[in-house]
Design a protein around this ligand. Structure first.
Ligand SMILES: [Zn+2]
Ligand SMILES: [Zn+2]
Length: 360
């Protein structure tokens, strides 16, 4: 079928809207008409080196229009969130940790299906896609059935897409992995969409102190409005001292969403004994470094991909939390029509919006 997609012609170029051909779904795939899709930092990162021409986009939601012959559990007409792909067969997938699938890169970042084919083409020549199980900067997507999660039809599909990545990454780090105790303290570095999702999850988990650290005063205001108990402007002084005033014995949990070396170091150093630091963001720095003595007190540093969630289990729970008014991430969203994808990207890059979502 003919679809409209935002095509990346070369690394770092703006997206251009074009007509492409989309093949029928394979036996284990579904065809989804995209309703909306979030713009995530990961799209912008991969736009710098993904093999082109390509279609990116990985926070899509939509309606299933066709299912492959072997598909069960997803039906035509279902409303779905799209999430990352995984093989479903390796020990990590079978153990309930598909975000650490042994074939994660092959099934999410190769631009093709594992057999080398692409569902996307232009004038008969393949176009790279299958990005994080979708490539949803397009009106339609062919996705692996195991990467889509049916959601209740009462939920506004326009808020659902980012639950599959950004919101789920922040909330999953807290609720699936770090699991702070009721009454404990937690600090989040970076108050973007991922950071605020972590903050909301920390409140839902019963943390007494939830501090947000950022360089952007507007983002701190939003974080406080949505539940952070403290906002720390990182240019207002040494963040270590400002945070020590909030948690004199150190934080129980710290989360870094920035991927910046100096921030990562601070995130470790503000922990108390037995404190745990979750590293969940991709950022500009190659390294993380700290004095080895700073982890002798039983502190732990752990990397977390995608909130280590099992999407079919975690997304519906998170959406229930949202429906109950306890995870109001929709207040972070600014909507753009699909045609304005480059304007949305610019707004994300400039830090002007918490979460940009394109609508079709
Ligand atoms: Zn696997
Ligand atoms: Zn993402």
């Amino acid at each position: 079928m003919r679809i409209t997609a935002a095509v990346l012609e070369s690394a770092g170029a703006p997206f251009t809207l074009q007509q492409l051909d989309l093949a029928e779904p394979g036996p284990d795939e579904v065809l989804v008409r995209v309703d909306s899709v979030g713009v995530c930092g990961t799209d912008l990162e991969f736009a710098n080196f993904f093999p082109t021409p390509a279609v990116l986009g990985h926070e899509g939601s939509g309606v299933v229009e066709q299912v492959g012959a072997r598909v069960t559990g997803v039906a035509v007409g279902d409303h779905v969130a799209m999430s990352f792909a995984s093989c479903g067969e390796c020990p990590l997938c079978l153990g309930g940790n598909p975000a650490y699938c042994r074939r994660f890169d092959a099934v999410n970042f190769a631009g093709r299906r594992p057999d080398g084919s692409s569902a996307l083409s232009r004038d008969g020549a393949p176009v790279n896609g299958h990005f994080l199980g979708q490539s949803s900067f397009a009106t339609h997507v062919v996705a692996p059935a195991r990467a889509v999660v049916p959601v209740a039809k009462e939920i506004d599909l326009r808020v659902v897409g980012p639950f599959g990545c950004g919101f789920g990454t922040g909330a999953g780090a807290v609720l699936n992995v770090l699991r702070p105790e009721v009454g404990s303290s937690l600090v989040v570095f970076g108050a973007g969409a991922v950071g605020v999702a972590a903050i909301l999850a920390a409140r839902a988990a019963g943390c007494a102190v939830v501090a947000a650290v950022d360089v952007n005063a507007g983002k701190l205001d939003t974080a406080r409005l949505l539940g952070a108990t403290h906002g720390v402007h990182s240019a207002a002084g040494d963040p270590r001292e400002l945070l020590a005033a909030i948690a004199p014995h150190g934080f129980d949990v710290a989360i870094d969403t920035t991927g910046r070396e100096d921030v990562l170091r601070t995130a470790v150093e503000v922990l108390g004994p037995l404190g745990r630091c979750g590293v969940i963001g991709v950022g500009p720095s190659e390294r993380m470094s700290f004095d080895w003595r700073s982890i002798l007190n039983g502190r732990t540093v752990t990397g977390i991909i995608g909130g280590n969630s099992l999407p079919q289990v975690f997304l519906p729970r998170l959406l229930d939390l949202h429906a109950a008014g306890r995870f109001p991430v929709d207040r972070l969203i600014t909507y753009f029509p699909f045609e304005q994808i480059n304007e949305a990207v610019a707004a994300v890059r400039a830090g002007e919006v918490g979460k940009a979502v394109l609508t079709f």
